[in-house]
Write a protein that binds this ligand. Sequence first.
Ligand code: NDP
Length: 591
Amino acid sequence: MARLTFEQAQEKYRIEREKRLNKRPEGNAQYKELKGDYEEFDRDPFADPNFTRDSRVEEVDVVVVGGGFGGMLTGAFLTKKGVRSFRIIEKAGDFGGTWYWNRYPNCACDVESYIYLPLLEETGYMPKEKYSKATEIFAYCQLFGRHFDLYSNALFQTECEDMRWDESAKRWTTKTSRGDVITSKFVVIAGGVLHKAKLPGIKGIEKFKGRTFHTSRWDYSYTGGAPQEKMEKLADKRVGIIGTGATAVQVVPKLGESAKELYVFQRTAASVGVRNNKMTDPEWFKSLKPGWQMERMRNFTQVVTGGQPEVDMIDDAWTKMLWIDTKGVPKDEADAERMDRIDYENMEGIRARIEEIVTDPETAEKLKPWYGQSCKRACFHDEYLPTFNRPNVHLVDTEGQGVDEITETGVVVNGTEYPCDLLVFASGFEVTSDYHHRLGFDPVGKGAVPLSVAWADGPGTLHGVLGRGFPNMLMISATQGGQAINFVHTITETAIHVTHLIERALNENIASFEPTVEAQDAWFEVLIGTVWGTARYNAVCTPGYLNNEGGVGTMRSGKGSSYMTSALEFVDILEKWRAAGNFPGYEVTKN
Ligand code: NDP
């Protein structure tokens, strides 16, 4: 195919975006929750369904909601500070969060393991490869739990159902699905970012009579095999997979290898760069000097946000893609247009790679992504594209429209039914829905006001960590907080901040603290000052969760924005705040 010029490509991006927005003006509402008729999709296939335990009625210093990296780091830092009176409440049957749920074939992390696995220097663990497989990450979460003695503090297979602040007692009361009633001075909500799976609202989805599940609830009893093995029970099965995001890019090669026939239903093509994984060199790992991990994390974040450190320590496809001569995020139109041209060249590289690898020109053409590189999570994989050269693998491109219908026996696109025995939904997770909705409970703060009411016009916080009206309720989240490609970087820094606040309150006889209205407003102004570059970029992006399915520009989504420039600046703000020492911007009540 002839190469499109920059201007022609921009026009094609616009046409492709319009096609999708015209078809789905409802944005996020196109998706279904795993509730009611779809509750079975949410069932935990990994935990013991017969598990029971006695309910607890107790008082602790801290209740932590979530046993993923945010909750685990909070537990580790509290433990290191000598605070052991805490409970971690977790819906799953173990630690790990996203790495507990996502056990689908080939699941791996696309951020370098040395900067992704938290506190490696303390646990002494050496990751096996530059990019860890999910099984190794999940095992590391368990090692982490044992290392910091977190298991005795955890309540697994338990969901938080109610959380209320008692202003006179200055305590939170948390009630759970197992009848626990836990009173605490503080709560830390580390509810995760990508933990609430969603299904596409496709006509007839409830009719399908074959086996079906979401990628985050993989059923190996049906498919056979294991995450890194062939799924032998699929040898005589026709499999359909809906979605071609970062998850599907990892799953498709193993399904292609295992299934009799595989139909990949595509709405928007993924952008797939080079992976180039390699084993860890133990000599190199041993040679690392104390403090190396945070230095390496910072180096990555600096590189991918346009900083120009002397060395690119990670030196991979992420850093090559984003280590561009920007001197930071774009400051004006000219700067932004220069970056758009670099983005176009990168995407031309991605499109050329498809032509090189995929032998059928028609399939190659359909696999080409037509949007800016950061509109969707960039993917890196060396087996995804070659899978489409297999005779049993069929790309069913829906031209941005999505599949038309699901029947009892298969999937319909453009009047053709594709019969399937197994239908896998690689349809992603809720990201931009309201905070309390993603949490699955609605904390009730001062004056009996629920969070859903207090934040009806959008969130209000200081640093994304604490909101007015919800004293001592600390949050580890991207909502008005930090964000980074290596999310573990901002989670670690936020957990440091949150546990610092708790330690100080406990040591200084502080009964409660919450931000002032002025401090929240000022923080919002700071956030607004960081969003220009991203908002400009996202406004012309193909719909996806990064731009609220095309719904950018609303006050609500704007108010929930993260600190969008460099996470290093966000960390600097938190550090300066801690150094100030006198709780600036907070209203503090002593015991
Ligand atoms: P995504 O939200 O990225 O992808 C969902 C997919 O489902 C999209 O391709 C979407 O198409 C498609 N889809 C939705 N509705 C329909 C429909 N009606 N018909 C056809 N297709 C449909 O979810 P993922 O689970 O892939 O990824 C979520 C996030 O998880 C990633 O962005 C990443 O942050 C994280 N992740 C990280 C990994 C890592 O290595 N660290 C690995 C895997 C995931 P469309 O694009 O048109 O909306």
